[in-house]
Design a protein around this ligand. Sequence first.
Ligand code: ANZ
Ligand code: ZN
Length: 855
Amino acid sequence: MSRYNAKVVESRWQAAWEARGAFAAKANPERPKYYVLEMFPYPSGRIHMGHVRNFTLGDVVARYKTARGFNVLHPMGWDAFGLPAENAAFEAKVHPGKWTRENIATMRRQLQSMGLSYDWSREIATCEPEYYRHEQAMFLDFLDKGLAYKKESWVNWDPVENTVLANEQVIDGRGWRSGAPVERRKLAQWFLRITAYGDELLESLKTLDRWPDRVRLMQENWIGRSDGARVRFPLKGRDDTLEVYTTRPDTLFGASFCAISADHPLAAELAAGNPKLTDFIADCRRTGTSEAAIETAEKKGFDTGLRAVHPLDETIELPVYVANFVLMEYGTGAIFGCPAHDQRDLDFARKYGRPVTPVVLPPGADPASFTIGTEAYTGDGSLFNSRFLDGMSVPDAKRAVGERLESLKAGERTTVYRLRDWGVSRQRYWGCPIPVIHCPACGTVPVPRDQLPVTLPEDVTFDAPGNPLDRHPTWKHVACPTCGAAAERETDTFDTFFESSWYFLRFCSPHDDGMFDREAVQYWMAVDQYIGGVEHAVLHLLYSRFFTRALRDCGHLDLAEPFAGLFTQGMVCHETYRAPDGKWLLPQEVDRRADGTVVRIDDGTPVTVGRSEKMSKSRKNVVDPENIIESYGADTARLFMMSDSPPDRDLEWTEAGADGAWRYLNRLWRLVNEPQAALPGPGTPPPADLSAALLDARKAIHKGIAGVTDDLDRFHFNKAVARIRELTNAIAPLDGSTEPGAGAVLREGIEAVVRLIAPITPHLAEELWLQLGHETPLVATPWPEADAALTVDDEITLAVQVNGKLRGTIALPRDAGKEQAEAAALALPAVEKLLEGRSPRKVIVVPNKVVNVVA
Ligand code: ANZ
Ligand code: ZN
């Protein structure tokens, strides 16, 4: 007998699918389409188990939808620009392009060994000019539409390396390589006007009913629509006002100070001639530019000596501080502080000895004794200590203050967003060059379209910090396209989120001379099912939603939402192992003995087993997919990935689990290859007059088909696997039965199992299907259909209640009459006992469900 040899079977089918062009997608308006997409990977070097899970999920969906008759598009590519390639260039002296392309080759081979149903003819790598040239054209469109603009903005500056750092290169406020405290610097940078779409991006979230609620909520918070008011405080001894933004105008009578950002123009004005303030501002700028850095830094203020006059009571004067926690980019860059009802303001007021007057009284609290201790009160209540507002609710007081400010022309109600415009300039080599030229006479001049693409120079050096494009001897020196004078190219490149904001559109027509073919996009978009990690829930998805709209408004397509369905998968986890000296050990360095103890393989010393955590190189709890595929085959890895855990939850990878999947596949193999008796030929229908046992087996088969179909439709892949295994158990005993018709039913069952499992373990399924005598491969075979007559139960269990309380169950033929149900219920010993010989007052029968006896 032949043995199941995964390696041989898998490479045979991978070659066969390729020879057929089984996964080449062709637009065909006659057929319903289905676009399934996994978030494309960064070519970091090798695939990891997270990739295996992500891509298997997508592949199961793609193969299932194909079998269901959809015209499926399932492409794959590489998000190939980014910092790691430049780090590799710096450390290993290899060109980022070479490093990236070699990684792509390795990872492509690894993906191909998994048997994923990609249309490889559509493969794209974003680092190639054929891809990024279209981004340059897009940027010119955005410039024309006013969706791109230049503005001075803060960056993280490493004073030792003399270079700009990305936020992720700032660790605890220091440059990751130099260790020097990071400073902030202002640079002219390019921005995309995503805020123009703030409202639309927010409103349209409501239409994304196939997205996880969690992700929608994260996007909502990120956009951060906030309804509040601008309030103008006259400044004492000056004729201008300080405009603040607040979401709590109701607390205006609790104001105890004002504060402005270190980057506020007023701060700069006051700092001239005030060295202490100048120093304080410089100190504020040493905090990183990320919001998290600003949020966690200790709150500090500097009293400018200026006094602001309360807009509703000119007898109240408030000191104006420069404070490190006020951001210039939000609201007006200035606040009034109400310590009683804002924790940050409270901490600040306690530190600088400002008064704390509560103005919102919690329900039930006593106004005479209510005070604020160390915790601000941010809840609801009624206003007090607030003149004309006293007694009002918070929303009423907000309205009343808004109206009063408006009538006094001292402020107005307004809406602001937390969302900022997207700064896309990066001072990096390995990215898409921003297509503009700076001319001393003409200013910023876009590169003419017929001169695109602006390609990256190959001959660059990484031996010094800073941007190699800037250092390059010739690249940036060009003639101005307008006046011909000597000018310089922009040496910044785009943020790499630029590439991933539209790649799903490029996949629709990856070799088009333009950005994409409008008709192809019309047919394939939106992506029906997008699958990826929740870590991209905010930026990537928001930028993609913005790009789709911006491209729509530039006239390139007719669509707003790029991803109709989104699925976020859980992580792959593994136990951790530690040697007595505290060092982490790889799973393959340890052995679990029969008595359950875990030891090092090399010297037998005991190992401490830690809990299951996300696989990470730092903890060494990683399993290399290539090793698994090498020893068990891709189908085993794929099957285990889909078993055990729902796909949106974390999955624990265990040796035992992988082994169990492998053993199950061998069992299937034997069922087909080593039958007790020969199966009847393909297409043999089971006889009509079957024994009860064989009829039950057929019912199990058709219920299995219906159940798995339903599971796959709902992304319940682990349930589908469990059901397929159950079905295998149900039909296995037929092997060797001499009962007439048993062979035909067994064939029906095996064929169902093979077809149902095909999306998950496609290679083995194809091989068995061939061995079962079929000429058309499963990739071209439609999904099995359940026979409705065999999926309904003839016998139904009904609940029996007495006075609403469950007392037992009865089994009846489906759709039995009310009299029959009533008689059976009353005959139950528990019911008879409760009735004590009396006849019931009433019996209510809900057919096929419940009998309620009213005693
Ligand atoms: C007075 C006040 C009283 C505030 C109170 C809050 C509670 P969200 O909800 O995020 O929109 N704020 C305004 N601009 C700021 C800036 N540029 N940097 C830092 N903080 C700023 O937050 C709005 C609140 O954050 C505003 O409302 C303001 O403080 C502060 F009991 O005004 B509030
Ligand atoms: Zn010029």
